[in-house]
Design a protein around this ligand. Sequence first.
Ligand SMILES: [Zn+2]
Length: 337
Amino acid sequence: MFGAVIYAPGDVRYEEREDPTILEPTDALVRTVAACVCGSDLWRYRGIAPVPEPTPIGHEFCGVVTAVGDLVKTVRPGDFVVGGFNPSDGTCPVCRKGAHANCQHGSHYDGAQAEQIRIPLADGTLVATPTMPDDDLIPSILTLSDVMCTGWHAAVSAGVGPGKSVAVVGDGAVGLCGVLAAVQLGAETVIAMSRHEARQKVARAFGATHVVAERDEAGIAAIRALTDGIGADCVLECVGTEEARLQALGCVRDGGNVGLVGVPHGDLPVNDLFWRNVGIKGGPAHCRAYLPELLDLVLARTINPGLVFDLQLPLAEVAEAYAAMDERRAIKSLLRP
Ligand SMILES: [Zn+2]
């Protein structure tokens, strides 16, 4: 089979790789129907994270099960499935509390930008659709393997609920999904912070009530102007840079909450959080905990997170999918074998 391999920053190749096989009785093999490039894949592509050796890459996918190990009970060959980027067993004490991202037996896979994928812990990771989904739903289902679950996690972590005011820092696919999550969870005011017209448009399509293009102090002032002068009840930080976190802290009201899903780089001013009674929660998304509900919303066409994909390419053109996102010509690239 063929799949993507990252060799060095800026160097992703589509090449022949060994077919995956069942290694553990809890594994499933999936024939990829769609995969995509994640903002976090770009860390290696941009040389921010190291690439010590040629490495299969990608962790977002949906597809059809082709084989299962002897212990797999919940999915069968022929099922259409989606799974989160962070495999979980679903049975350990941590998973039973709903914190699947921190599964005691959790693992990680890379290499999903490929024709076939081996999924560990299939029962606790994959969710099958009741029937083969319509083709136009594939992009939205694909977002459930990471970005939509991550945006949802930001909103849940920030305590978004009916009547709340929410500001979203970051207009990448995760931030946009955070807007959609906040709207779906009943927030009254949802402010997307974005300077890019195409992304503003998606944010509005997802239900953002306001768009703020300013950043830094001007951005904080604009958020306060929309929130009785005090800042938002909930802020979703969907970038991960120190700058973005300081922006989030500036935009949240005293006593409010910040949901963090951008992988942290740099520092966090804990003293400031303390005196302002600001809560911080977040981390990698508990995908498997959110998947059933979000899959139902997608299949019912209540939400359409697939709008974050503004570029679709054959899997063989994976190098261009990376380049387009790196050069900000695309919000997010979808790949089909
Ligand atoms: Zn577990």
